[in-house]
Write a protein that binds this ligand. Structure first.
Ligand code: PLP
Length: 394
């Protein structure tokens, strides 16, 4: 033991957090690497594609500007917020006021965490579909709110049923987290779906947080709608977008949130106490990303679509049940029957140990993810083919 008895010094907040999704898999991955195994890593949704050249060029240009080293403007530069509003108008036909209805974030994970921090008191419920991207439920736990999981079950096409929630819970609910196209199930919705969400949120006076991180990674003619396209959506909610997936800028840490000005004011206040915003040169590069969006994003979409096809065709040939996604950079599959006796952590551990293929265990995304695993399409096509060959042997 070191000088401190660190286990007992930690806050309950930390102690009560479940182990991070990838802890077990990362350990097994590292062990396999030490044994000389070539790991095909389809675990984390961390884009391997290059950031488009024009964006990188703007970053290197901007980094030499005289004042970019200073603390950035809280909540984002007005130039970037205008670029967001312009892009949003073009993409979704929704008008936004760049001053009050746009906020720049240090990644949407940061924004979502600060949203829970800014709104949840002890005993305030947050409604969180399960399975889901973990920051939704983790942020509720960290900031002391009450978590209410709404299962997304395969027999209901993975759609959460908010109407079935106990009225006593709804009376104490403050926030609901939704996200389409959905990570990890890859479920998508049409525009009309959000009308029902707005009606529900108004009736129960619940803030809607819609995370649209994958709205631009759509295939086969599908185009993801914005929550704010629904009538009156702006009265009840906000929507998160990220540069991480659309422009493969995950490590640059930049995203934005748009919508209800009152909610954003509170979020901005919270943020002003804990961060200084995004490096100015990165904000400048993000403007170029939005300006060139239509010209540069297709290549990224095509790359993920081709990878999806290689993986899904391979899984189909193995008789492995899965749903071919219309969007996102994931494939969500049930554990094959022959391995049904295992939970998803055991199965993901077995795969990485026996084949060197790393995937994400479904239960890392919440209890309803048990029995599933998620492949992230972050390896080139030939490596995905190789992964299928290895899985065949298993
Ligand atoms: C649904 C969802 N939201 C947010 C994020 C994180 O985005 P960012 O890099 O902007 O924090 C992810 C990353 O995988 C995600 O799946």
């Amino acid at each position: 033991m070191g000088f401190f008895d660190i286990e007992n010094l930690q806050s309950n907040r930390i102690i009560n957090l479940p182990p991070y999704v990838f802890t077990v898999i990362n350990r097994l991955k590292n062990e396999a690497r030490m044994r000389g195994v070539d790991i095909i890593d389809m675990g984390m949704g961390s884009p391997d594609l290059p950031v488009p050249e024009q964006i990188r060029k703007e970053l290197t240009r901007a980094i030499n500007e005289r004042h970019v080293n200073r603390y950035p403007e809280g909540g984002g530069s007005i130039e970037l917020k205008r670029a967001v509003a312009y892009w949003y108008g073009k993409r979704f036909n929704v008008d936004l006021d760049p001053n009050d209805e746009v906020l720049i974030l240090v990644g949407s994970k940061e924004g979502i965490a600060n949203l829970s921090s800014a709104f949840l008191n002890r005993d305030d419920y947050a409604l969180v579909p399960s399975p889901t991207y973990p920051i939704f439920f983790n942020s509720v736990d960290i900031f002391g709110g009450a978590l209410y999981n709404v299962p997304m079950l395969e027999e209901n096409d993975f759609m959460p049923d908010f109407e079935r929630i106990d009225p006593a819970v709804l009376r104490r609910s403050k926030l609901m987290f939704i996200s389409y196209p959905h990570n990890p199930t890859t479920v998508t919705v049409e525009r009309d779906h959000f009308k029902g969400i707005v009606r529900f949120a108004k009736e129960h006076r619940i803030i809607v947080s819609h995370d649209a991180a994958y709205s631009e990674l759509c295939f086969d003619g599908y185009k993801a709608p914005s929550f704010l396209e629904a009538e009156d959506a702006r009265d009840v909610g906000i929507e998160f977008h990220s540069f991480s997936k659309t422009f493969s800028m995950a490590g640059w840490r930049i995203a934005f949130v748009v919508g209800n000005a009152d909610i954003l004011r509170v979020l901005r206040k919270m943020k002003s106490y804990v961060d200084f915003g995004v490096f100015t040169a990165i904000q400048k590069a993000a403007i170029v990303a939005l300006e060139l969006h239509e010209d540069i994003v297709q290549e990224t979409i095509d790359a993920y679509r081709r990878r999806r096809d290689v993986l899904c065709d391979g899984l189909a040939a193995l008789g492995w049940p899965h749903k071919k996604p219309k969007a996102t950079m994931y494939v969500w599959t049930k554990i094959p029957d022959a391995f049904k006796h295992m939970d998803s952590k055991e199965f993901a551990s077995l795969i990485v140990h026996e084949t060197g293929v790393a995937v994400a265990p479904g239960e890392g995304f919440g209890d309803a993810g048990k029995g599933y695993i998620r492949f992230a399409l972050v390896e080139p096509e030939e490596r995905i083919s190789e992964a299928i060959e290895r899985l065949k042997k298993l």
